[in-house]
Design a protein around this ligand. Structure first.
Ligand code: GLN
Length: 534
């Protein structure tokens, strides 16, 4: 079968959940036995979101091959279990950079380089490149932003051209919002009509319209939308409120989104939907038998999207254990020696989050100390692991000024040091230690119990490392390395065996947790929190 291309655009408002719809559709197609990949095109000029402040854009999601990507890629992976890569997230910046590089190389043979066709061609190549791998029957490409935005024009134009050349092998799904006016007691379709008109003005006719709505869409509302937007009412899909994003695939199944897609693309139905495991997961998620409180200590707590993958990993682990995990987001900037006991009191687990820079660092170190001294289950991720090492060096090894050189370059005890390969790097974007690296887990460690294997692979995103010059010192005092990079000897996991659960990891386990495969470290951490009673 020729690869089928599905484009997902959005109108009326942002934050309607295009990523969730795209991920849900992918889940349904996968559940019918097809191979699928999700792609996101982002209209901003940054080359990738790696340099964006998480307050602006939420978490930066890291792929196996080390791409720093939009957080929607996390949803795609969590819903489908299909790993994404550099090719799955492309920004305007990346497109322009490529075109300009080609221009400098002389690839355009003296031609004037223009938005149309050069930029649009580059966009089209990025979309079809995924189909050309031969690995996917369906490529679902989400266009970031809302139609009518100046910056998304070249993307919509590329969609128009592809739709024309691909014919029956492509469709456009447009996601809109249907507001309910309480005073009139009515659902209003006009914003949707306008947003479809905006799309049509750019030459694109949607094939399916998915409507975010807080009230059920009646048949007559669906027919009305259909009539004004040139589609039949069956192709208007209701996307109502749900208890959790993980319910959206079932909503879309009930609305027959997958069947509409297959029909429009003239794809024969391969098999019945198999969503048994997904439904089991949802059942466990929605019927917890117990609860547990954990604190997530970080500095980006005002915007919870900044820790999206961690939050979702707790949801997966909680479902696995039939346990509702109440995550309390604690701002490390406000933690002091005086309030740490009360701020973290009542918590059965403490997770110190990844991050960068000085702000809030001492609060994180205080949180580690609180967990270590009170035997509260602790997990440190990346910067959180580095804080655990610094705290141990200061308060157990007695090196009062111990620090990471990221924060205190002049420290006399650089227990977290810059990696050798990082020392001559001046560009900030895309230059960290990124993506999946193997890790050799030490037999007899807690990590070994948890993973059940000596050989694991986890994703990284950092510049600084445990300083092996101090390794013997740490071991002699009870902080043990439990995982190493087999090639470089870099410490990837530290533990305190005397503590009921104290695990710091230099990598990011949260990126690999999915609905169907909760991450074992999160499951073990939540389990430890369940056995701890504050
Ligand atoms: N800032 C630290 C480093 O670069 C940790 C990064 C992180 O937590 N992702 O090493």
């Amino acid at each position: 079968m020729a690869t089928k291309y599905i484009f997902v655009t959005g109108g009326v408002a942002s934050s309607l959940g295009k990523g969730i719809i795209a991920a849900s559709l992918a889940r349904l197609l996968k559940a019918r036995g097809y191979t699928v990949t999700n792609q996101k095109l982002d209209p901003y000029i940054n080359i990738d979101p790696g340099t964006l402040n998480p307050y602006e854009h939420g978490e930066c999601f890291v792929t196996e091959d080390g791409a720093e990507t939009d957080l929607d890629l996390g949803h795609y992976e969590r819903f489908t279990g299909v790993p994404t890569s550099h090719a799955n997230n492309v920004t305007t910046g990346r497109i322009y950079q490529n075109v300009i590089d080609k221009e400098r190389r002389g690839d355009f043979l003296g031609k004037t380089v223009q938005v149309v066709p050069h930029i649009t061609n580059e966009i089209k190549e990025r979309i079809t490149a995924l189909g050309n791998t031969g690995n996917y029957e369906f490529v679902i490409t989400e266009i970031g932003g809302t139609v009518g935005d100046i910056e998304s024009y070249p993307f919509i134009e590329a969609v128009r051209q592809l739709k024309w050349t691909l014919g029956r092998n492509s469709i456009v799904i447009h996601l809109t919002y249907i507001p309910y006016l309480a005073a009139a007691g009515e659902l209003k379709t006009k914003p949707t009509q306008h947003s479809v008109k905006a799309l049509q003005q750019q030459g694109v006719q949607p094939d399916i319209i998915v409507c975010r709505t807080e009230k059920p869409l009646t048949r007559s509302v669906k027919d009305k939308i259909g009539l004004f937007c040139n589609i039949d009412g069956d192709s208007v899909i209701e996307d109502g409120d749900v208890r959790s994003i993980y319910e959206v695939p079932l909503k879309m199944r009930d609305e027959k989104l997958d069947l509409q897609v297959l029909k429009k693309l003239e794809v024969p139905i391969k098999k019945d939907l198999d969503l048994d495991n997904w439904e089991k997961f949802l059942y466990k998620l929605h019927n917890p038998e117990r609860e547990v409180n954990v604190a997530l200590v970080g500095k980006y707590v005002q915007l919870q999207d900044a820790y999206k993958s961690i939050t979702e990993a707790f949801i997966h682990a909680g479902a696995e254990l039939r346990c509702k995990v109440n995550v309390r987001y604690v701002n490390s900037e406000n933690l002091t020696a005086d309030n740490v006991d009360s701020e973290l009191g009542g918590q059965s687990g403490i997770l110190v989050a990844p991050g960068f820079g000085t702000r809030g660092i001492e609060g994180k170190i205080l949180a580690v100390r609180h967990a270590r001294e009170n035997n509260i289950p602790f997990m440190g991720i990346c910067l959180g692991m580095q804080c655990a090492v610094v705290e141990f060096a200061r308060n157990v090894l007695g090196y009062a000024d111990a620090h990471s050189v990221e924060i205190a370059p002049a420290t006399t005890h650089p227990v977290i040091d810059m990696m050798e390969e990082q020392k001559n790097i001046s560009n900030m974007g895309g230059t960290m230690r990124l993506g999946a690296y193997p890790c050799q887990v030490v037999k007899g460690s807690k990590a070994y119990d948890i993973y059940g294997s000596e050989h694991i692979s986890e994703r990284h995103r950092h510049r600084y490392e445990f300083n092996n010059a101090y390794l013997d010192d740490f071991k002699a005092h009870g902080m043990m390395p439990a995982g190493f990079n087999p090639d470089s000897g870099l410490v990837e996991i530290v533990e305190i065996p005397q503590h009921p659960f104290f695990v710091g990891v230099q990598f990011h386990p949260e990126y690999k947790s999915t609905a169907m495969h909760p991450h074992p470290l999160f499951v073990a951490f939540v389990n430890a929190a369940l056995t701890y009673r504050p």
